[in-house]
Design a protein around this ligand. Structure first.
Ligand code: MF3
Ligand code: CO
Length: 291
């Protein structure tokens, strides 16, 4: 963070107002927390009103796709068909699927079934059947702005055990969300997520977390759910990040398929679930931008 702005210089946020009348007190408050040794956000990840509006437009595309899939996913459908729907809907709405070619990822969406933790490849060979639980992780670039969210889809009769995993994972996100407020800490959310999963006998994946998002696909901060209250990055208005815990029915251990270096599975092959939302820190709490 640059501390070199003069009191009468224009504010870094782009408001056109003088620094002293805009974000100077805000920056002073951040610096007081930084002095305690905790990580604090830099200006690059604090979004202004104009950027937030653009990001919300991107979110609308993402939400529309997941809403459509909720109505149309069915037993007997292949996950390759889901990939095709995501590509076509995104481009029809003027967007680009963010996963496509991202670090070499070869599809428009991630479809992760049962013991797949994340980054599942859509495939003609993966045909949805009764009892499957699937995460569809959808991300959009619209006019250069990024959105990212995912939901669980339950096919036919999944049984009580999987139903509980899917429900508790969603509750983890909702309970974590309540902890997102300005001048709190990311660890307030992380611990709330972890504690709820743990109280239900589940584990939360450690290696893969959430992230800042909006101007890039993946920005700071990295978002852990194995963090402690009062720890991790300070939250300030204008930050946008994902809450996307991967909750395992069994052990916490995972591995990546060496055949493609993408698809992640639970080591014990028990099911894993994930829901992902994008949240904006506001002046008085938070706002969910994408789900
Ligand atoms: N959408 C995923 C996330 O939540 C990112 C997947 S990386 C990809 O961060 F390349 F597979 F898209
Ligand atoms: Co994400």
């Amino acid at each position: 963070m640059s501390m070199k702005i003069g009191r009468n210089d224009p504010c870094w946020c782009g408001s056109g107002r003088k620094y002293k009348a805009c974000h100077q007190r805000f920056d002073d408050r951040i610096q007081m927390v930084a002095a305690t040794g905790r990580p604090v956000p830099n200006h690059e990840i604090i979004k202004n009103a104009e950027q937030i509006e653009k990001i919300k437009e991107s979110c609308k595309v993402n939400i529309a796709i997941l809403d459509y899939l909720e109505e149309n996913i069915h037993e007997g459908m292949s996950t390759a068909e889901i990939d095709k729907i995501v590509y076509e809907m995104t481009t029809d709405m003027g967007g680009i699927p963010a996963p496509l070619n991202y670090q070499g990822y070869p599809y428009s969406v991630c479809t992760s079934l049962n013991d797949q933790v994340c980054h599942g490849f859509p495939s003609e060979k993966v045909v949805l059947k009764s009892g499957d639980i699937m995460n569809v992780d959808c991300s959009t670039i619209l006019d250069g702005y990024f959105s990212d969210s995912s939901r669980m889809f339950c096919i036919g009769e999944i049984g009580e055990e999987k139903e509980r995993l899917v429900r508790v994972t969603k509750e983890c996100v909702e309970i974590g969300l309540r902890e997102v407020k300005p001048w709190g800490f990311l660890g307030d959310m992380g611990q709330a997520v972890h504690d709820h999963a743990f109280a239900n006998g589940y584990t939360v994946v450690r290696e893969i977390g959430g992230h800042g998002v909006g101007l890039e696909f993946h920005e700071d901060p990295w978002v852990s759910y194995n963090s402690r209250r009062g720890e991790e990055m300070l939250l300030v208005p204008g930050m946008i990040f994902t809450i996307e815990p991967m909750v395992n029915m069994g052990g916490v251990e995972i591995y990546t398929d060496p055949a493609n270096d993408w698809e992640v599975y639970t080591k014990d092959h028990k099911p894993s679930a994930q829901w992902e939302i994008m949240v904006l820190v506001t002046e008085d709490g938070n706002e969910v931008l994408c789900y």
